[in-house]
Design a protein. Structure first.
Length: 340
């Protein structure tokens, strides 16, 4: 059930059921099943996402599924947990199961190109989240200008350092995050460094650390404290890893020191730390849940117009919003449950 075979069946948030006549037993040649006149098939979608241990990713998957099911869509979410062979198998299984729309979050631009193109050849409409896959024949991508997002974060960190460190005659000793297997993370990291250098040229970056998840950030935080105990500025490529570094510094008794930490994504934990006036000073908020819902809506729109053959690529960009102690209360609905 793909392309023009599908017609939207959403009415009052309820999906129509499908019925078919049973084939009669006979010694004669088989007779074709007779389907109920006017029967419509249900749109089937699947999201294949990068990590089941990521708060951002699982929250997004849940939001997509909830929204899709409200629209009467058969929707499933699978996680490949950074195992590319698993991702390829999940894509192939989705095609075999008869999906109409496939939403894929690749780790790297070269991953699963053949599997994605094979899906398109089988009539599946493929939408990408975050990571572009230039050699794949997808239809739609929603992503960010990762370098600019990083640069704005670096500038924010630099402004804080100027006001709280340089103005007090303190050296700015910085650690920056990256995640070299993911192009968006690399672009964010490069942007962070350039934004920091632009606003606070006095800053000395003593290390660039691989960290994308909280556990990695916690380990990196401990490593920083061993190798560079004078670090007073940490800028991560996302909030999860920066939260890990923060917890390492807090466990080391540095909560009241003049140290600033910054991230990207705007997860609830980071916003709570910002609101609580901790070492975590700022982030750039991206509503991954809303972006996920937008992907589902785009899938519906494309199928209503007959699906897509691939090759005609459309790209949208989301715009992060700066969050600091000055405006974090405006986002209290995101983090207030952690304050209870």
């Amino acid at each position: 059930m793909r392309k023009n075979m599908w017609k939207r069946i959403i009415a009052g948030g309820m999906a129509l059921t499908m019925s078919a006549a049973l084939a009669a037993c006979s010694s004669k040649a088989p007779v074709e099943d007779e389907k109920e006149t006017g029967a419509k098939e249900q749109l089937k979608m699947e999201a294949i996402l990068i990590s089941s241990s990521s708060q951002v990713t699982t929250g997004q998957g849940n939001a997509m599924k909830e929204y899709a099911e409200e629209q009467g869509i058969d929707f499933s979410v699978e996680y490949y947990d950074q195992n590319i062979a698993t991702e390829a198998n999940l894509i192939e299984n989705a095609v075999t199961s008869g999906v109409d729309v496939l939403i894929v979050h690749n780790q790297s631009e070269g991953d699963c190109v053949d599997a994605i193109n094979a899906a398109v050849e089988q009539g599946v409409t493929v939408l990408l989240y975050a990571t572009d896959v230039p050699d794949a024949n997808y239809t739609y991508l929603i992503t960010e200008d990762a370098y600019e997002a990083g640069k704005e974060t670096g500038r924010m960190a630099g402004e804080w350092a100027n006001e709280n460190l340089v103005a007090n005659g303190e050296d700015v000793i910085a650690a920056v995050g990256t995640y070299s297997v993911t192009p968006i993370a690399v672009d964010r990291s490069n942007g962070i460094k350039d934004g920091l250098a632009e606003v606070c040229p006095e800053a000395e970056i003593v290390g660039t650390y691989e960290m994308a998840y909280k556990e990695e950030g916690l380990e990196v935080g401990e490593n920083i404290l061993q190798a560079h105990s004078d670090v007073n500025l940490v800028v991560g490529i996302n909030d999860q890893s920066t939260c890990g570094v923060y917890e390492a510094f807090k466990a080391a008794g540095l909560e009241n020191n003049n140290i600033g930490m910054f991230g990207l994504d705007g997860i609830d934990e980071a916003m709570y730390y910002i609101a609580s006036d901790t070492l975590f000073k700022g982030t750039y908020y991206v509503s991954a849940n809303e972006v996920g819902i937008q992907l589902v809506q785009k899938g519906i729109e494309l199928m209503e117009n007959g699906g897509a053959e691939g090759g005609e690529k459309e790209v949208d960009y989301w715009a992060p919003q700066k969050i600091t102690i000055d405006n974090v209360e405006d986002y209290k609905e995101i983090w207030e449950s952690l304050a209870q």
